[in-house]
Design a protein around this ligand. Structure first.
Ligand SMILES: Cc1ncc(COP(=O)(O)O)c(C=O)c1O
Length: 412
């Protein structure tokens, strides 16, 4: 067999490693999911009905939290958490630049200011010492993100929050099913936010959840998702009552019975989905680790990641080209790579609003230069995973400056 470096790249006219594009993420929907949704469509309740509480209770049990409050998206869930943390104009909340913009946007929705703190170079999770350096009298909350599904340094962050009297909202949109020091993500911080977007570990189409052990926070979250109205429309209807009170300004952020029944059905498969993602990550880890110049995602001993993403990086000095050429070559091999993330402060909106010009968060910015997310989803077959490994070996081998051969060619 030819070694990876001898094969002609698809981008230069060669045969692609696979014939169809493998996306970086994808939902899995089976017949049980479909028939559960069809049953709800045939029932009396398609919006906020009995399935909402059922899904919330099952979810809270699974992650070890007292309450789970569902929302129409992870973004809506973050907004509600920022509101319930009491964020208001004049306040600040500290978060990571290495995330999807929704994490920081939720602070802006409340009229408060997101302040970024740089990340560790191994996990790309927010560094508690960098948080400490940015705490002021205005700081009210810390919003760590479990990047790619690897839990942030929650104990240090919670200690710091305790010392300074801050609320911790964990953005665990990547981390459903992850564990930290033997505990499930979901019951550790003041509030923990999840997303059920189709590329996540389970899906409701669009959807999100906030978990908390605090009864008062849970009540506030429930008001906020329903226009700021107290009580439950279904209970009022059952009791023949019409009167309700709007006690604060809220939104319509409700998740439907259609979404919740899908969530219930998907939740049954969470453990098998996680096991499959861990299997794929282990295969990538073992088969890509010897590629010269490759930097694989690292796992700290206290963490059991949920592998929402599998982000690789590479040593720029080992290659003749940069990320855009490697990215384009992998895409042309039909590997649907992606980039997570453009650091939030580098987006035009944030640059214009806050005056960032680059260089403020050197670790996140340097990581971004070479980040590439390989396909990672529980529906991937062994053949899919092999095609990713073959394509990475082919492309990295082709562009490598080092004379060392790929592990495959070393083996003969
Ligand atoms: C870290 C993070 N936070 C928040 C969100 C927003 O979730 P949603 O797409 O459900 O609104 C996402 C979405 O991908 C995310 O990756």
């Amino acid at each position: 067999m030819k070694s990876g470096s001898e094969e002609q790249l698809a981008i230069e006219g060669g045969r692609p490693v696979r014939q169809t594009l493998l996306p970086y993420g994808h939902e899995s929907i089976d017949e049980d999911d479909i028939s559960a949704v069809v049953d709800v469509l045939r029932s009396d309740w398609i919006t906020t009905g009995p399935r909402v509480a059922e899904f919330e209770e099952a979810f809270a049990r699974r992650v070890g939290a007292r309450h789970a409050v569902s929302f129409s998206s992870g973004t809506a869930a973050l907004h509600a958490a920022a509101h319930s943390a009491g964020l208001k104009p004049g306040d600040e909340a500290i978060t990571t630049p290495m995330t999807f913009c929704a994490t920081a946007n939720c602070v802006l929705y409340q009229g408060a200011k997101p302040v970024f703190a740089d990340v560790f170079s191994d996990t790309l999770n927010i560094d508690p010492e960098q948080i400490r350096a940015r705490i002021t009298e205005k700081t009210k909350a810390i919003i760590p993100v479990d990047y790619a599904g690897h839990p942030a340094d929650l104990d240090q962050i919670l200690e710091l929050a305790d010392e300074k009297g801050l609320v911790v909202i964990e953005d665990a949109c990547h981390a459903l099913g992850a564990r930290y020091k033997g505990r499930d993500i979901g019951g550790i911080c003041d509030m923990t936010v999840f997303s059920f977007h189709p590329v996540k570990h389970i899906t409701t189409g669009e959807g999100g959840m906030v978990c908390t052990d605090d009864d008062q926070l849970a009540e506030g979250l429930r008001h906020f998702r329903n226009h700021g109205i107290e009580g439950d429309a279904r209970q009022r209807q059952a009791k023949g009552q019409w009167y309700y009170e709007m006690v604060e300004l809220g939104f319509n952020y409700r998740l439907t019975d259609i979404g919740c029944v899908l969530g219930l059905s998907q939740l049954k498969k969470l453990d098998q989905n996680l096991a499959r993602r861990r299997e794929i990550a282990a295969r990538y880890n073992s088969e890509l680790k010897d590629l010269p110049g490759m930097v694989l995602p690292s796992t700290r001993p206290e963490a059991m990641p949920a592998w929402h993403l599998y982000p690789i990086r590479f040593d720029l000095s080992s290659f003749r080209v940069g990320r855009s050429e490697i990215f384009a070559a992998l895409r042309t091999e039909n590997i649907g790579v992606n980039v997570h993330y453009i650091p939030v402060h580098a987006h035009p909106f944030y640059r214009q609003r806050f005056g960032y010009s680059g260089g403020e968060y050197p670790v996140a910015e340097a990581a971004y230069e070479t980040l590439i997310s390989l396909p990672m989803f529980h529906g991937m077959t062994d053949q899919d995973a092999k095609s990713v490994i073959d394509a990475v070996e082919k492309v990295f081998g082709h562009y490598a400056i080092l004379t060392a051969k790929s592990p495959k060619s070393k083996g003969g």
